[in-house]
Design a protein around this ligand. Structure first.
Ligand code: SF4
Length: 611
């Protein structure tokens, strides 16, 4: 039997619930199981920073097994940043350990009277005092927590930002290895509950229905994954920086430019990092890839190095081209516990607003210009500590632009800041960001990485060749299909980088059946992915989301990047993409799933939430 742990921080009640096999079959685990719980236990009147919001840590049936790259976990809550469905996902060892406690999910509600942390030692669960940890950054808190509990445990912590309910706050696990469930402000939800950390030690084997069959199915897979991802292991995700700049995918100067100055993208690339500050690569538990970076800059940085997304937003988008400054910024964000993507984006926006006179200079008290390293680092500190002008920026780019103006430079969808990929470079990103259930999100479809140039084909969807970079027809359908695949990854819970690792998704389906003992067909498995996506959509529909919110900043759908004489050639036709996408999904023209579609997906129970 799969178990869900329930904790009420107000009453200190701790309960264990057994999951029905039917629910397991239909909702799998991870972010989908969490979405079902969130649907049932929150409502449009739920204050994301109130005791009634749920904070759910979840793993899936594949987590912690011998499947490669299977040690991730997901965190779900109603997001205080966006007001809609919020989720964030992280690697490291936390998911692995949680899966081995026997709990598939930990559902936390209520507000503790004073700071606490949750200590899950296999089946034993305690709520412990964390007053002495309040005010500590995530690296310090992690170190101290392991000293107090068990050196073999791991912890997911908030820093000062989460404590102060900064809306860009995330949750950082594994201390200075700096793995982050960063998006959607879920660190602020944790802070609002007075919960400093969840510490986990799990040693029980994960249940596998057919151990022999699984071992056989996995023969040679780890080697194959390792071979296919050598670039990721050598240079990390930041191997893409120079290439993405060339195709116009890398954000530069708040998305107004296509290129940095000659040679600057190399300076912040994974290739340069490997030659200079890299001390080793980091593997999430049991992962053959090891795409994480461990770096050292004497006296300044020691631990996790920046990933592509962090470099794109904290680096090129702010015209910060010193790798050292980007690495320092990355560590500051990790220690305060703030999202590197959103933080970089909101600062890039503020730099443009400052230079264009939208911000009163006295209000900022800094020369917040593009490329000013000192002002940039100081602004991160202000955001992390919720002070000065950083207090406003820490509320996210949507709220900042409501106060400052410059709306078309306010790069977000549904309140979530853009990741570091430009929809004018690969057009699947337009409909992907517009319809992402947590807002602007490259990971909910990952279609751009399966689109040309250099995209990995998806034969399991019938595509032996990756779609063209600016393909007009069928891109809405492709994104919807990829959202189903990625919804399954998020529910199983395993790393999506397997999709670059020469793993056909039909293999993942086989592993799922061998582990659970279920006998689903591949088609049924894909329908489960569709169910997951629609359930989250319905959560957002209930919160008032519709087609009007499936949009893009004007900068993306109206402006070409021409400033440096290398114009982009394409602007994505979002409306046409949306028509195709809704039609394929069986949603009405307003982006609402029809009754027939919900019935077909076994989601009748959400019908009353329709607008
Ligand atoms: S591929 Fe990278 S992010 Fe994914 S599990 Fe492996 S080390 Fe972690």
């Amino acid at each position: 039997m799969t178990k869900v742990l329930r904790v009420d921080l107000r009453t200190h009640a701790i309960d264990i619930e057994e999951l029905d096999e039917d629910v397991e079959k239909k909702f799998i685990g991870g972010s989908n199981l969490a979405a079902k719980i969130l649907w049932e236990e929150t409502s449009p009147s739920t204050n994301p920073l109130g005791g009634e919001n749920r904070l759910i840590f979840a793993v899936g049936p594949l987590t912690g097994t011998i499947v490669p790259s299977s040690s991730r976990y997901t965190v779900v809550a109603k997001s205080p940043l966006t007001g809609i469905f919020g989720e964030a996902n992280s690697g490291g060892s936390f998911g692995f350990q949680l899966s081995r406690t026997g709990y598939i999910a930990v559902v936390i509600k209520g507000v503790a009277e004073s700071p606490v942390y949750l200590w899950i030692d296999n089946e034993n669960v305690e709520i412990k005092d964390a007053t002495h940890l309040w005010g500590k950054d995530t690296y310090e808190a992690h170190e101290q927590l392991l000293g107090e509990t068990d050196r073999r445990a791991t912890a997911a912590c908030i820093g000062q930002a989460g404590e102060r309910k900064v809306l860009l706050a995330g949750i950082i696990n594994d201390g200075k290895d700096g793995r982050a469930a960063a998006r959607c402000g879920l660190g602020a939800v944790m802070g609002s509950k007075n919960l400093k950390a969840v510490v986990v030690r799990g040693t029980k084997p994960v249940k596998v229905a057919d151990v022999k069959g699984l071992k056989k199915a996995l023969e040679g897979v780890h080697k194959r994954v390792k071979k296919a991802t050598l670039g990721l292991a050598t240079y990390g995700t930041a191997q893409q920086v120079e290439f993405d700049e060339k195709i116009g995918d890398l954000p530069v100067k708040n998305w107004t430019k296509r290129r940095l100055k000659e040679g600057e993208s190399y300076k912040i690339s994974g290739q340069n990092m490997t030659k200079t500050i890299l001390t080793g690569n980091y593997h999430c538990t049991g992962c053959p890839v090891g795409c994480g970076r461990t770096v050292k800059i004497n006296g300044k940085v020691e631990g996790a190095g920046p990933e592509y997304e962090s470099i794109g937003q904290l680096g090129s988008n702010c015209l910060i081209t010193s790798l050292e400054t980007v690495a320092i910024a990355n560590e500051l964000c990790n220690r305060y516990g703030i999202d590197t993507i959103s933080t970089g984006q909101v600062i890039a926006y503020a730099m443009e607003a400052f230079e264009r006179g939208f911000i009163d200079k006295e209000k900022v008290d800094l020369e917040l210009t593009f490329g000013n390293d000192e002002a940039f680092l100081e602004m991160i500190r202000q955001i992390g500590e919720a002070r000065g002008f950083g207090r406003l920026l820490g509320r996210g780019v949507m709220r900042a632009s409501e106060e400052i103006g410059l709306y078309h430079g306010s790069m977000h969808v549904k309140g979530l800041e853009f990741p570091a990929h430009d929809p004018r470079a690969k057009n699947s990103l337009a409909v992907g960001y517009a319809t992402g259930n947590r807002g602007a999100d490259h990971l909910q479809s990952l279609a751009h990485d399966h689109q040309q140039p250099m995209g990995v084909p998806t034969p399991y969807l019938g595509n032996d060749v990756a779609p063209e970079q600016f393909q007009k027809e069928g891109i809405g359908i492709f994104v919807a299909q990829m959202q189903h695949i990625m919804s399954l990854y998020d529910s199983l819970v395993i790393c999506k980088f397997l999709s670059f690792g020469d793993v056909d998704f039909r293999e993942v389906h086989t592993w799922y059946n061998l582990i659970t003992g279920f006998t689903t067909t591949f088609q049924e498995f894909l329908v489960t992915g569709e169910r997951i996506f629609n359930l989250k959509r319905m959560y957002n529909i209930r919160e008032g989301i519709s087609r009007k919110d499936d949009n893009m900043p004007r900068r993306i759908v109206e402006e070409l990047k021409v400033e440096d004489g290398m114009p982009m050639t394409e602007i994505p036709n979002l409306e046409a993409q949306l028509d195709e996408y809704y039609n394929f999904r069986g949603w009405d023209n307003n982006g609402v799933p029809t009754e027939e579609k919900l019935h077909e997906l076994g989601l009748d129970f959400v019908q009353e939430g329709k607008i």
